[in-house]
Ligand binder design. Structure first.
Ligand SMILES: [Fe+2]
Length: 272
């Protein structure tokens, strides 16, 4: 099965990721939430995911866009783009997002956005992964895999929080002694060094997981963001010092992230 997460309204990235998964032979699709928010194509992305008949859970951005979750844990950029998204969601997109559960279990795969208990929880470290995996093993004893998104960084952990290789192109075996945690990384808003549409192929028959990272038409995404009046930087929140400095410079040039009336910078979007 092909696994996606954190699409964030980025249609060019979603097309690349789905193309990769189809090319790898995926016929069933899972999506770990955040279909919308940040990106300029919320309705198009919901329509594409719905057309794949993907099994999908709601992310925090989906819930905030619907008004079911407060935006007080969001940074200024996320709040701004979610307000834009809320105004543009079609009735069909709203109905699709409204119907999404916050967690599911399917054929030994448990999937949620941040964690099964909280779509806003970040699982970034081995200890946090170990706790989530133990909770999943207790609640769903037959689970082989826990799929999470939300961090926008591809990661994998074995039971106990032992890190596994989630590098692009790596194929890792599932663990025989309990569920593994797989985070495919983000389709539509990379927070890694290179701008890529991330995805994951899970083969329960072969008991393997394969991580993928594909280039896409980033220029098209940036142009669409600009014409929507949204900042083009949102397609890539690079974690490097150079990336952070470039974002600060772009914000200065675009002049978009200043607190009205004060001229003060509203800050970099590093979470939510
Ligand atoms: Fe996200």
């Amino acid at each position: 099965m092909g696994i996606l997460a954190d699409v964030h309204g980025n249609l060019p990235a979603l097309l690349a990721a789905v193309g990769r998964l189809r090319g790898e032979g995926a016929e069933r699709f899972l999506c770990a939430g955040d279909l919308v928010g940040y990106g300029p194509f919320p309705n198009e992305c919901v329509e594409l995911i719905a057309g794949l008949d993907a099994v999908c859970v709601a992310g925090n951005h989906d819930l905030i866009a619907l008004g079911h979750l407060a935006d007080d844990r969001c940074n200024a950029l996320a709040r701004h783009s979610l307000a834009w998204t809320r105004e543009r969601l079609s009735p069909a997109s709203k109905a699709y997002l409204e119907a999404l559960p916050v967690s599911i279990e399917l054929d030994g795969v448990v999937m949620a956005h941040g964690s099964p208990d909280d779509p806003q929880r970040y699982v970034r470290r081995g200890g946090e992964a170990a706790r989530e995996l133990a909770a999943v093993a207790a609640r769903w004893p037959a689970a082989q895999v826990l799929v999470l998104g939300h961090t926008h960084i591809a990661r994998a952990w074995a039971p106990g929080g032992r890190p596994l290789d989630a590098g692009a192109g790596s194929v890792m075996p599932l663990a025989p002694d309990g569920p593994v945690l797989l985070n495919p990384g983000a389709v539509g808003q990379s927070r890694e060094r290179r701008i890529r549409a991330r995805s994951l192929v899970l083969d329960l028959h072969e008991q393997t997981a394969a991580f993928h990272a594909d280039a896409y038409d980033v220029g098209a995404s940036r142009r669409a963001l600009r014409s929507a009046g949204l900042p083009a930087e949102t397609v890539h929140l690079s974690p490097t010092l150079a990336g952070r400095a470039a974002r600060r410079l772009r914000r200065e040039v675009e002049g978009m992230w200043r607190r009205p009336g004060t001229g003060r910078d509203l800050g970099a979007p590093d979470r939510a």
